[in-house]
Design a protein around this ligand. Sequence first.
Ligand code: AVJ
Length: 319
Amino acid sequence: MNVLAKTQQLDVERSAFAHDVIEGLARHPKSLPPKYFYDDTGSALFEEITRLPEYYPTRTEISILQEHASDIAAVVPKGAALIEFGAGATTKARLLLASCSVDTYVPVDISEQFLQDQAEILRRDFPRISVFPVIADFTQPFELPPAIQSMAKIGFFPGSTLGNFEPHEACGFLRRAGTILGTQATMIIGVDLDKDERVLHAAYNDASGVTARFNLNLLTRINRELGGNFDLSAFAHRAIYNRERHRIEMHLVSRKAQTVRLLGRSFSFRQGESIHTENSYKYSAERFIALARGSGWASRASWIDQDGLFSVHALVAAT
Ligand code: AVJ
């Protein structure tokens, strides 16, 4: 990619990022979209979170994918293309690439350099698999590579990233995925389950403070890319479980009354006022299957670990 295109690309990102940040900080209550957590530092911090003792989703989902590898392989047609929404570190896709008769892998992610690096490593480790990285925001419509048009398609959306969407947005995402993948497609999706509040609270308030750094990194990114003057020590990480809404809420709480400036604008904070930075909805298997049905998908199979912490579902387009 030549220099001109790169700066244009950056401007676009800057503008979308700038627009969403200004709009979010002007809103009452203040909020910012969680997709902006994932600059290179944020992606690396999230990988660190997945290795924390308190953060059970990643290791539990991996254990389900390993334990039920042959059942899952049974829902994947021979020679299919695996399309992963928000691929990140591709750890889980590797399990499917190793156990299923997939010929082609299409990781979709917003973090360009991170994804290109992952694709290079995958090509080395899986020489028989064609890898077509797609740099895109999977929450918006995007094009699949022409090379896979005629192939059977398997959507893959692990990690309970679906939990970041409001339930109506989750429906919208599943409908859009159905349109992108086509009527013959199968979707394999990971969904975190509702559970004891203490377990949830610990998973988002880990003792070593990595989640706090992940949350605060958003302010560092705003300072770097949008010329903000956020003082990180003047904000505190807070993650709470909202029982009524079945969701973990992450916030950045202002420790004092203060004013922050960016892009020629001022945003004032009262002491205790927060920026809502993420929701992570938790479902029961039944509530998720009902949501999927309402989005045009029928449940073909579900796998839950023995402790009932996490679920993986195979969905097929509802006729
Ligand atoms: C990547 C969205 C699934 O909500 O559990 C981890 C992100 N936020 N710790 C989640 C996250 C705080 C994670 N998802």
